[in-house]
Design a protein around this ligand. Structure first.
Ligand code: 6GU
Length: 266
């Protein structure tokens, strides 16, 4: 899968993309990440990428022409279209163009799974007070936010999205590790333990060394239910629950408010 990232700060990406799993996946040819410096598309001698907002107000707005030229270049428009004074619409057959914005739709594991089906996506990192609305209208398919807080720019959001989508590509992670994880089925993960079996006086749950695989599996599933009930009861509305799951949850306070605290865990 290929990611094209349009940014004013390409240097910010070196750390996250140059280490660990994303680094290895690129070396193995499973991922391609292309960084495009928006400033190289500025046309005036000051290389300006932003300007004052019409109508006044604080902050600066990213200039449409600069972003448009960057997109046109990344999408491989011919020089004629790029030189044209009119707005050449982006071709219908093109990778999705995502704009990173705190006003976007919330990024979720569902969206990561959807985007992971694409061979290529384009991410625009907004900065300053935002981008000229006409770019949104002509050229953006989806506006995406990574949470209800405000960042200084879209770069960190783009890194989050690339990471979440890249790890779903076949071969990037060991095969089984994405199946039972938090959010893939709306249940949080069960607790994990490794050696030593007793650490500073703290033993692991005895069932894990019982050798009884079915009981271990049931215990883990119940831990997932319990954790989701305690920490993210909102997710239980979306999870697929068996009658036995529902009965277990009710016994642990599901449907009564307030939500039970951690000390009720057993
Ligand atoms: Cl995508 N951008 C900015 N600037 N702030 C955010 C965000 C994006 N998502 C959450 N906060």
């Amino acid at each position: 899968m290929r990611f094209d990232i349009l940014t004013l700060f390409p240097g910010m990406f070196a750390g996250p993309f140059g280490e660990s799993i994303l680094k290895r996946a690129q070396q193995a040819g499973l991922l391609e990440i292309a960084l495009h410096d928006i400033r190289t598309y500025a046309t005036d001698r000051h290389k300006s990428t932003d300007d004052y907002p019409f109508g006044g107000g604080a902050g600066m707005v990213m200039k449409p022409e600069v972003l448009y030229q960057a997109l046109a270049d990344v999408l491989g428009f011919g020089p004629a279209a790029q030189a044209s004074e009119t707005l050449e619409l982006l071709p219908e057959e093109r990778p999705p163009v995502l704009l990173m914005s705190p006003a976007g739709e919330p990024f979720t594991q569902r969206m990561a799974e959807e985007l992971a089906q694409q061979p290529r996506i384009i991410l625009i990192c907004g900065h300053y007070e935002g981008i000229d609305e006409r770019i949104r209208e002509c050229c953006v398919d989806r506006e995406v936010s990574i949470g209800d807080y405000v960042l200084t720019g879209g770069e960190l959001a783009a890194m989050v999205i690339v990471d979440a989508v890249a790890r779903l590509q076949p071969g990037v992670l060991a095969a089984a590790s994405t199946e039972e994880e938090s959010h893939s089925d709306y249940l949080l993960e069960y607790p994990q333990y490794t050696r030593p079996a007793t650490w500073r006086g703290q033993p692991i749950p005895a069932i894990l060394t019982s050798g009884h695989h079915a009981n271990v599996a049931r215990w883990r599933h119940e831990q997932r239910l319990l954790r989701t009930l305690q920490r993210r009861p909102d997710l239980l509305q979306k999870a697929v629950l068996s009658p036995r799951d529902r009965e277990y949850l009710r016994r642990h306070g599901w449907g009564t408010s307030p939500a039970p605290d951690d000390s009720a865990a057993s």
